[in-house]
Write a protein that binds this ligand. Structure first.
Ligand code: IPE
Ligand code: IPE
Ligand code: MG
Length: 242
């Protein structure tokens, strides 16, 4: 039997979950978990650079997270501003390209300004493509693509017969970014929570019990090792089968 080669790994996407429970288990307010979560982001970005991963996407705030108490949302937006302000220069020096996907119009203007600055400063970087999903929902993304395609059709730039998956994908927030090879979710929850619904069609999923603030290089290396041992078939038959 032919042993299948380890699948290539270009893009890791992470659902960073469990900050609140991490804090609660220590008798701390939830924001302390989010703050420690920022340290885990730093460790993970560093590890990806060292491991030669070219695409990392992090789920930071979902379109449904706006339902959280106003205080927590405000603290999170503040933390995001703080993180971006402090990291842009260093990320640029490391060759990281930063992109944000999601409903930008819902984000506070001060954060939006920082995001636009980060994206333009790092535009030509290629070593690591860091995408952060903020105010992001997979269903919302698919609806907004559909809306823009309807507009194109109305303008006579698109007809139903020529619409295919590739054309559709070119209109997603993630246009130009390869689909995630591996999706990791921390904190023991085993669901997708509206993350990259289109893009994750054939991603390998790994769920780990560790809460996000405790995530680090070893967890990432373990997940990559598990991924390397998997056989991705994309609906075809196994390489070894006859
Ligand atoms: C993930 O941690 C961060 C965000 C969703 C912003 P949570 O805040 O969801 O933490 P838990 O799931 O309540 O423990
Ligand atoms: C998903 O986590 C969103 C992020 C990690 C940013 P949630 O904590 O919001 O998801 P549910 O509510 O447990 O599904
Ligand atoms: Mg959660």
């Amino acid at each position: 039997m032919i042993e299948p080669a380890a699948p290539p790994l270009a893009h890791i996407a992470i659902i960073m979950d469990g900050n609140g429970r991490w804090a609660k288990s220590r008798g701390l307010p939830r924001i302390f978990g989010h703050r420690q979560g920022v340290e885990a982001v730093r460790r993970t970005v560093r590890a990806c650079l060292d491991m030669g991963i070219t695409h990392l996407t992090l789920f930071g705030f979902s379109s449904e997270n706006w339902r959280r108490p106003e205080r927590e949302v405000r603290d999170l937006m503040h933390l995001l501003r703080f993180y971006l302000r402090g990291e842009i220069a260093g990320m640029n020096a490391e060759g990281i390209r930063v992109r944000i996907i999601g409903q930008r119009q819902r984000l506070p203007q001060t954060l939006l300004t920082l995001i636009e600055h980060a994206e333009s400063v790092t535009l030509d970087n290629r070593r690591l493509n860091l995408t952060v999903a903020l105010s992001y929902g997979g269903r919302d993304e698919i609806v907004s693509v559909t809306r823009s395609l309807i507009e194109k059709a109305k303008a006579g730039e698109l007809d139903a017969e020529s619409l295919d998956e590739e054309y559709f994908a070119q209109h997603l927030f993630t246009a130009g970014i390869p689909d995630p090879d591996l999706v990791i979710r921390t904190s023991g929850e085993k669901r997708i929570s509206n993350f990259l619904l289109w893009q994750c069609a054939y991603s390998e999923m790994i769920f780990i019990d560790t809460h996000w603030p405790d995530f680090g290089r070893t967890h990432l290396e373990d997940a990559v090792r598990e991924f390397r041992g998997r056989e991705r078939r994309f609906g075809a038959t196994s390489i070894g089968s006859v």
